[in-house]
Design a protein around this ligand. Structure first.
Ligand SMILES: N[C@@H](CCC(=O)N[C@@H](CS)C(=O)NCC(=O)O)C(=O)O
Length: 218
């Protein structure tokens, strides 16, 4: 039996959760509280870096969300979430890496700090994060073109990785009005059962913000 150690609000683990649902696999969700569960000796044995997500499949254990996605695709190839044609595959991988390397740390996290009042951020840092986010969105808007998904006609890991991070912008007060293709793509993803089932609730978001503020002594 596949087990996913996760936190519902984490986009790192939501990308695995959606992949498991899209592949129609049987799995058990093990919900963690990140105020200590990740430090227990049993969990540190699974992941010495004490991060979720962790996936176990029988005796086999995988950490790092992108390694988990690749494992699931190779082990359970139906339905495929990676295109076969080299150009589409390159686009999918490129989108995944742009989200991680250009968006999450440089755009989304500073905007999150500002909008959820999770720490100091100067006007200059804010402007830089907004510019970076706009560059990412312009890039993605152009890449989508007339396709419903980044990999072409079918959902792929690119949509799952981008589709669990980019929509946060709506909550962070960053308008997507200038990006009609991205807006349509988000609306399309939101129709899927896998997105609906894994959508973070307002309570989960409020709890997270409360815990972060408490940790920061606010
Ligand atoms: N590179 C890792 C990042 C995982 C990660 O940052 N997990 C966070 C939650 S989103 C975590 O477990 N934090 C708790 C801790 O580090 O103690 C991945 O993609 O799986």
């Amino acid at each position: 039996m596949i087990k996913l150690y996760h936190v519902p609000l984490s986009f790192n683990s939501r990308r695995i959760w959606i992949t498991l649902l899209e592949k129609g696999l049987d799995f058990e969700l093990i919900e963690m509280q990140l105020n200590g569960d990740q430090m227990t000796p049993e969990f540190v044995k699974l992941n010495p870096f004490h991060h979720i997500p962790v996936l176990t499949d029988g005796d086999f254990r995988v950490i790092e969300s992108f390694a988990i996605l690749d494992y699931l695709e190779a082990k359970y190839p139906t339905p495929p979430l990676l295109p076969k044609n080299p150009e589409s595959l390159a686009i999918v991988k490129m989108v995944q890496m742009v989200i991680v390397n250009e968006f999450v740390g440089l755009g989304m996290q500073p905007l999150m700090r500002k909008s959820m009042l999770l720490g100091e951020i100067s006007d200059e840092q804010l402007e830089k994060a907004q510019k970076q986010t706009a560059t990412v969105l312009n890039f993605l808007e152009e890449l989508l073109g007339e396709n419903p998904f980044f990999g072409g006609d079918h959902l792929s890991l690119a949509d799952i990785v981008a589709g669990t991070t980019i929509p946060w912008l709506n909550m962070l007060g960053f308008s997507l009005n200038s990006y009609p293709k991205i807006q349509a793509w988000i609306a399309n993803l939101n129709q899927r059962e896998s997105w609906q089932k894994t959508e973070p609730t307002k309570t989960q978001i409020d709890d997270f913000v409360g815990r972060m503020k408490a940790r920061m002594g606010k």
